[in-house]
Unconditional design. Structure first.
Length: 292
């Protein structure tokens, strides 16, 4: 995949709100097959598009890329064939299967901005759209058919279509659900929902942080501030699942235990490998071992 194709693919993933990691080689010490500027994309399923090195480098890239995506933080990855002293600002991984040379790869997670749905056409609802977009959030009208795709729902319709939207969002597992209403009316609306109390107590009402907001814009700001507070606690943007890891039985490297990694099923156990060399060595060792 050429550089232009990779940029196009990255843009496509952004439009589709698919999280990925952009990996770019920033240093290559000979002998390496990759060169500075080579790039690849790592997707949440462990698949890799592009090129930053051979199979053994890909194995390390997959594991570290998934960790960067899970933690939503950039990583400067150094892959070396020999043990090295720890270096501040770098994650150093020893990959004994490399044919030689050392690579440094910058991993940048690209995570979609929160998708916030708003119900209603009130002044507060309009202000939410304006302020939310200024923060880089993707603001949209509520669509029950794709309820599970939203990160947050704010009902600001002042009595119109409140219960159906709240019910659908809670059932779909939307991380932040809020109702713009007074304490008294909000409590009455929540109590009327035909749902388990464990779900209804998740509704934020009155919506927003208590900052003494006045007027639609300030109320909108207080609601978005509450979304930000919940997001920093990991309760708004859906978190990537923990990366399952395994140990290559031949070289001892840690590899991502995902379908995209090289593996062999042996005696009911799936063994994962850093590259084809270790995979072949394992298969040959098992073939030469006496049964039982």
């Amino acid at each position: 995949m050429s550089g232009g194709d990779l940029l196009g693919r990255a843009a496509e993933l952004r439009r589709a709100r698919v999280p990925f990691v952009r990996a770019k080689v920033v240093l290559a010490e000979r002998p390496t097959s990759a060169k500075p500027g080579d790039e690849a994309l790592v997707l949440a399923d462990g698949s890799i598009e592009g090129f930053v090195g051979g199979n053994c480098v890909e194995s390390t890239l997959r594991a570290q890329g998934l960790l960067a995506l899970q933690e939503s933080r950039p990583i400067l990855l150094r892959v070396s064939p020999v043990e090295e002293a720890a270096q501040p600002g770098r994650v150093t991984v020893v990959n004994p299967c490399l044919s030689g040379g050392t690579l440094e790869i910058f991993l940048e997670p690209v995570v979609p901005a929160p998708l916030v749905a708003v119900v209603g056409h009130s002044p507060t609802a309009r202000a939410l759209g304006e302020v939310g977009r200024s923060l880089g959030y993707q603001m949209a009208e509520w669509d029950e058919a794709r309820a599970s795709s939203f990160d947050a729902l704010v009902v600001a319709s002042h009595g119109t279509d409140e219960e159906p939207a709240l019910t659908a969002a809670l059932r779909a597992g939307v991380a932040y659900v809020a109702l713009v209403a007074s304490s008294r009316r909000g409590a009455a609306v929540v109590a009327s929902l035909d749902l388990d109390p464990e779900l209804t107590r998740l509704v934020h009402t009155p919506a927003g942080l208590d900052i003494g907001a006045r007027g639609p814009e300030e109320v909108a700001l207080s609601i978005l501030a509450e979304i930000i507070a919940c997001r920093t606690q990991g309760r708004v943007v859906k978190e990537a699942p923990p990366v399952p890891m395994a140990v290559d039985p031949i070289c001892g490297m840690q590899v991502a235990a995902v379908d995209g990694s090289l593996h062999v099923d042996h005696l009911g156990v799936r063994q994962y490998f850093c590259g084809p060399g270790c995979q072949l060595a394992f298969v040959q060792a098992q073939a030469s071992s006496p049964p039982g």
